[in-house]
Write a protein that binds this ligand. Structure first.
Ligand SMILES: *[C@@H]1O[C@H](CO)[C@@H](O)[C@H](O)[C@H]1NC(C)=O
Ligand SMILES: *[C@@H]1O[C@H](CO)[C@@H](O)[C@H](O)[C@H]1NC(C)=O
Ligand SMILES: *[C@@H]1O[C@H](CO)[C@@H](O)[C@H](O)[C@H]1NC(C)=O
Ligand SMILES: *[C@@H]1O[C@H](CO)[C@@H](O)[C@H](O)[C@H]1NC(C)=O
Ligand SMILES: *[C@@H]1O[C@H](CO)[C@@H](O)[C@H](O)[C@H]1NC(C)=O
Ligand SMILES: *[C@@H]1O[C@H](CO)[C@@H](O)[C@H](O)[C@H]1NC(C)=O
Ligand SMILES: *[C@@H]1O[C@H](CO)[C@@H](O)[C@H](O)[C@H]1NC(C)=O
Ligand SMILES: *[C@@H]1O[C@H](CO)[C@@H](O)[C@H](O)[C@H]1NC(C)=O
Length: 811
């Protein structure tokens, strides 16, 4: 009944619209003409339209699009002839008597057809409510002859099954809808992948090409090769790749698309006229998409500014306005050893096209090798943690170059020695310096000075439950407002749309979910956490923020930037509530509480402990280096590492500093920021620059606690006033104890330090790697500590090498 009413209403509404068409379907012998703007098919629910769509001046493609909005450019979901548009006069789409659907240009030339044949006299073309254009026989069980869902262009709609026979191909650019260089497809090994197939080179870039399938959480064993996204936003593929969109639940419209920048994204919106928000994307680092800036160029990414391509020094842009063709040399390479020099550019990653990989090479050896090779264009020189050596990668092509802060590799570009090319680091590219003084913070937080480059850092120190837990969070990010237009891609503005990506809850809804905030499950930085059950029956942890009385818009902006972080080892934020004075955050609920509660538990055997250490490292590496804004956690401790029902770890409580009330003077007496006693890096105490290495230090302490069973904080009684001088005594004593053991016990030191109360066997290699890595992490000098991604790499190495033949030692 209700359905009929809605249906009738929508028909009435649609009939009021000027471009209303009378077509719900067309039958044999009839056609749609490009000349008549009324020749547009509508799906019964009015959501989708099919007809001739202008793709250029006097150039049309037969397409399916979202009917709304009417006034702006429509969102196209399918095209018949994207690479061969037809004339704006005289072109038509005809359903022939033999059951074939044909698209003919003005000169009657044949452009596209379904190549179908039917003996039936009742063939019909209709546009289904799902956006599927279906050619079927209306009699005899309505055999489907052809459907657009089987031949996707660059978009998948909910319920549209993606198969081994299909391929999503990106469009060429924002404005040019013809086939571009990126595609999504099922590979021969059953894995769903992204491929860059550019003008000069090609390569797979998702999942990360250097990962084994199981490292990428994929399975190559199921050869059904199907993937589908349901209407709620659950995508699942037969290679075990799955995700839920950040706004999982009932949303009016959704679409998954391979954008022209080579990323796959899911967009959704609640109303027909709304803007589309990004609710999921495959690659968090846009610069890591192959070919994005073409050859001989350098990609940089910036939170506000978006992605930026530039030519490497000595190179100039090849095709004006089109980065796909990258840059070409401005110099002539004489191939004479004495006529070349190297130009240094720090923190550059270049994927692929190595002459060879030369381990333990000095810079001199590496450069000499490159000089000997006529076609060597430069070298990537990488520091390898662990052995402490350098690896040399002579590059035969300069492809996929991008700059990332902290990246432990540099580029030495080969240029003629008589040239004067130089690298100018533009100031706004990235600058991770941060200040300590709260007064500076206030000054910097002046958004009205729009033109100057403003970098700022928020920090606050908060005490919850007296001084026992001093919690601090430090987040930095950049606000750059320049008039320069960024790369004309899916830029930062679009990312910002993801702000509305996840759910807003009403206060009453959350009050009901938590049964009046009755079940307290924890206290952390800034508020109390309650357990609750949402209307969709998901169990959630609801954090009620204290002293958070900033404006709703600002709150939303900040919350959504946290909500956008999506990683299996980070606690997931499902939504927020901002109503009146209330500010609440809704997180997924973690069955097993925190690592702190479990560290003494028998449930955590050695394998689980290793996995927790690895997972935590991955989560931290992600917030440090991979997510869209660079975040430090600054309070890594067992209380902030939560465990799910399978004891997989998720890092919690990151990025919250921005949500606290900055005008609160309660904590302003602290002139310094601090983490939690026992886990704080020496930099805090000695007033040294704060970098991501403070988290590395805290992580190291947590791991040492986990394996030794000794606490970094227990039984120490240091007065908070004397913290500055004696703070790290307790954790240092743990570290010193371990270093002694390592020194005095040679090969068997691992057995000496492991917590004897933990049951079960362990793989010696893994435990040794873990202990070694942890000890590196707690080096006093921050430069001697690895980065979080190096930690992940070092831990992975062992688990990979030893998985075939694990050496199990029983205690
Ligand atoms: C529609 O697309 C054209 C280019 O095809 C562009 O110039 C115009 O700004 C777009 N309009 C809107 C409202 O997005
Ligand atoms: C059209 O879509 C609906 C679901 O919205 C489905 O039940 C129906 O079978 C489809 N019609 C055809 C002809 O496939
Ligand atoms: C779109 O790109 C294709 C392929 O690069 C090119 O041939 C065509 O001219 C472009 N169309 C427009 C309107 O720029
Ligand atoms: C998503 O879909 C997959 C496959 O249909 C299913 O196994 C999984 O439980 C679904 N997830 C959710 C949260 O509904
Ligand atoms: C393979 O994947 C399909 C689709 O996800 C699923 O229905 C099927 O059960 C899987 N087969 C096996 C053997 O796991
Ligand atoms: C290389 O250049 C040097 C100095 O420009 C010159 O003396 C030498 O002859 C050149 N060698 C060759 C093989 O061209
Ligand atoms: C690296 O090479 C140097 C000299 O060639 C050698 O002394 C050193 O042991 C090597 N280091 C490693 C880790 O192989
Ligand atoms: C550099 O040397 C090359 C060949 O030796 C010559 O062709 C070129 O003109 C020189 N460039 C400059 C800027 O002197």
């Amino acid at each position: 009944m209700a359905v009929t009413v809605i249906y009738t209403l929508s028909l009435i509404l649609l009939s009021l619209h000027p471009s209303c068409s009378t077509f719900n379907s067309i039958t044999q012998g009839s056609s749609l003409s490009v000349d008549d703007p009324k020749h547009v098919m509508l799906s019964p629910n009015g959501i989708f339209s099919a007809g001739f769509y202008a793709v250029g001046e006097n150039a049309y493609s037969f397409a399916v699009w979202f009917s709304q909005p009417y006034t702006h450019n429509a969102t196209v979901v399918w095209m018949a002839n994207r690479d061969q548009p037809v004339n704006g006069k005289g072109s038509r789409l005809s359903l022939l008597h033999n059951g074939n659907l044909e698209l003919n240009d003005a000169d009657e030339s044949h452009v596209w057809s379904t190549n179908t044949v039917s003996l039936s006299s009742s063939v019909q073309l209709l546009l289904n409510d799902t956006g599927n254009l279906i050619l079927h026989e209306t009699q005899d069980h309505g055999v489907v002859l052809w459907q657009s869902f089987d031949f996707p262009t660059d978009t998948l709609l909910p319920q549209q099954v993606f198969t081994r026979y299909a391929k999503l191909v990106s469009s060429r650019s924002d404005t040019n809808k013809s086939s571009g260089f990126y595609s999504l497809f099922f590979d021969n090994d059953n894995i769903l992948r992204l491929l860059y197939d550019g003008p000069e080179v090609s390569g797979l870039y998702w999942p990360d090409p250097w990962l084994a399938n199981w490292d990428a959480h994929r399975s190559g064993y199921n050869n059904s090769r199907v993937a589908v996204m349901d209407t709620l936003g659950n995508f699942s593929s037969s290679d075990d790749f799955t995700f839920l969109t950040s706004d999982y639940g009932n949303v009016l419209h959704r679409r998954l698309i391979i954008d022209h920048d080579g990323n796959i994204r899911v967009y959704s919106r609640r109303q027909g006229g709304d803007k589309w928000s990004i609710t999921w994307q495959a690659k968090e680092r846009p610069c890591s998409i192959h070919g994005i800036c073409g050859p001989n160029s350098l990609c940089t990414y910036h939170r506000t500014y978006g992605l930026k391509c530039s030519c490497l020094p000595g190179y100039k842009m090849k095709s004006d306005g089109d980065w796909a063709y990258g840059c070409e040399p401005e110099f002539y390479d004489s191939c004479n050893k004495t006529e070349s020099r190297f130009l240094f550019i720090s923190n550059v990653e270049l994927y692929g096209y190595d002459f060879r990989i030369m381990e333990n090479y000095t810079l001199k050896q590496c450069q000499d090798l490159c000089l000997q090779l006529c076609n060597c264009m430069g070298i990537q020189y990488t520091y390898v943690f662990g052995p402490g050596t350098y690896t040399c990668y002579p590059k035969l092509q300069l492809q996929n170059a991008y700059r990332i802060p902290y990246f432990n590799a540099d580029l030495y570009l080969k240029l003629p020695s008589n040239s004067s090319f130089a690298y100018e680091e533009s100031k706004d590219e990235y600058n991770l310096a941060c200040s300590r003084r709260k007064t500076q913070l206030k000054k910097a937080y002046d958004k009205s000075h729009g033109n100057s480059y403003v970098k700022f850092l928020f920090w606050f120190a908060g005490g919850v439950g007296g001084f026992e837990t001093l919690c601090i969070f430090l987040v930095w990010f950049f606000l750059v407002r320049t008039k320069r237009r960024p790369y004309s891609g899916v830029d930062a503005r679009v990312y910002n749309l993801a702000m509305t990506g996840f759910r807003k809850f009403s206060y009453s809804e959350l009050k009901q979910a938590t049964r009046g905030f009755s079940e307290e499950i924890g206290r952390g930085a800034g508020g109390v956490v309650y357990k609750g059950v949402l209307l969709d029956r998901r169990v959630a942890a609801v954090k009620r923020l204290e002293d958070a009385n900033q404006g709703e818009e600002e709150f939303l902006a900040e919350v959504s930037s946290i909500g956008r972080l999506n990683h299996m080892n980070l606690i997931e934020m499902w939504g927020y509530c901002a109503e009146g004075k209330h500010r609440l955050l809704v997180y997924e609920y973690m069955e097993h509480g925190s690592l702190a509660e479990n560290i003494k538990s028998n449930e955590l055997d050695w394998a689980k402990r290793f996995d927790i250490a690895l997972g935590t490292a991955k989560g931290l590496a992600y917030i440090h280096e991979e997510c869209l804004e660079w975040i430090l956690h600054c309070d890594v401790k067992p209380q902030n590492i939560l465990l799910d029902s399978d004891y997989h770890p998720k890092v919690a409580d990151f990025g919250l500093s921005k949500l606290r009330n900055r005008n609160d003077t309660k904590y302003s007496s602290f002139s310094r920021i601090r983490g939690t006693r026992g886990y704080m890096a020496p930099e805090w105490v000695f007033n040294l620059p704060i970098t991501s290495k403070v988290d590395v230090y805290s992580y190291g302490i947590v791991v040492l606690e986990m394996i030794s069973g000794k606490s970094a904080t227990k039984d120490v009684d240091i007065d908070i006033e004397t913290v500055d001088s004696g703070v790290e005594k307790q954790s240092l004593s743990l570290v010193m104890w371990l270093r002694e053991k390592q020194k005095n016990n040679g090969g068997v030191w691992i057995n000496e330090i492991l917590d004897q109360s933990v049951e079960g066997g362990y793989e010696e290699c893994k435990m040794e790697a873990l202990a070694r890595v942890a000890l590196q992490c707690v080096e006093e000098e921050k430069d001697k500590r690895p980065t979080m991604s190096q930690v992940v790499e070092m831990l992975h190495k062992c688990s990979r090498e030893n998985d075939n033949n694990p050496l199990i030692i029983s205690q």
